[in-house]
Design a protein around this ligand. Structure first.
Ligand SMILES: Nc1ncnc2c1ncn2[C@@H]1O[C@H](COP(=O)(O)OP(=O)(O)OP(=O)(O)O)[C@@H](O)[C@H]1O
Ligand SMILES: [Mg+2]
Length: 234
């Protein structure tokens, strides 16, 4: 479904990603874990052609997309939920969801706010609430819901658990895992929270200073406890 690399990415003269290779299969959940500044957001933005200058192949459903502008990539079925969430405070949750309609591929009907709420029952009682009156966890749920409005094939989540209370993190991971299975959605999620990532993915990559340093399933990760110390612990 997604085949990346070897991919390099730059901000001006600063060389941030180095020969990154990564793939996500149809319906697969994949985590990209790494410390602050490792290059996680840079990779997601490079996949959408939004932000860093990237060089190297990116194929989506067998088709090269690295030359396409961001909105064309979105219309092929990639949807990014950025780390800063960007919920509009002065309009309702339903309106926040409706604002994501334009990213839909031609001929595909975007999910209505009611359809998004059917996917995420925790959102149903919030549809008429103002965006400014949401907790951090509710905001993140709205942000993920908004990412699902265009009926993406591949959802890209940038550190969804960041700043959320532990109980909310569990709820969010469970909801994302459920939606992923129900919709046969492919997922690439960046995280520093290992428990969250484990709860909603099948396997993981570790990235450090823009280099992929580990790739495997969770059992392979667990068999090497030094990975957490070397690449994730502060
Ligand atoms: N707009 C930018 N201009 C210049 N350098 C940037 C820019 N954005 C990020 N960087 C640098 O690129 C590197 C990778 O940053 P990136 O934001 O991808 O890391 P990250 O893994 O997402 O970190 P975090 O967990 O803090 O979100 C860092 O050294 C960062 O300082
Ligand atoms: Mg980031």
């Amino acid at each position: 479904m997604l085949e990346v690399g070897p991919l390099d990415a730059f901000y001006g003269d600063s060389h941030v990603l180095h020969g990154v290779r990564l793939s996500v299969g149809p319906g697969e959940g994949v985590a990209l874990l790494g410390r602050n500044g490792a290059g996680k957001s840079t990779l997601l933005k490079a996949l959408l052609g939004a932000g860093p200058r990237a060089t190297g192949p990116v194929a989506f459903e067998g088709r090269p997309i690295e030359g396409l502008p961001t909105h064309r990539r979105a219309r092929l079925g990639l949807s990014l939920v950025p780390e800063d969430r960007r919920i509009y405070g002065h309009v309702t949750v339903a309106e926040n969801l409706a604002l994501a309609r334009h990213a839909c591929p031609p001929g595909v009907a975007p999910r209505t706010p009611a359809e998004v709420a059917a996917l995420f029952p925790l959102l149903a009682p919030l549809l008429s609430r103002g965006g400014a009156r949401l907790s951090g966890g509710q905001q993140q749920m709205v942000a993920v819901g908004r990412g699902l409005v265009p009926r993406p094939k591949l959802l890209l989540l940038d550190e969804p658990a960041e700043g959320l209370a532990p109980l909310i993190v569990e709820d969010l991971a469970r909801e994302i895992a459920r939606v992923r299975r129900a919709e046969a959605l492919s997922l690439l999620v960046t995280e520093q929270n290992v428990d969250f990532a484990r709860a909603c993915t099948d396997r993981l990559y570790l990235i450090d200073s823009g280099v992929i340093v580990f790739s495997g399933d969770w059992a392979a990760y667990d068999a090497r406890p030094e990975l957490e110390t070397d690449y994730l612990a502060l």
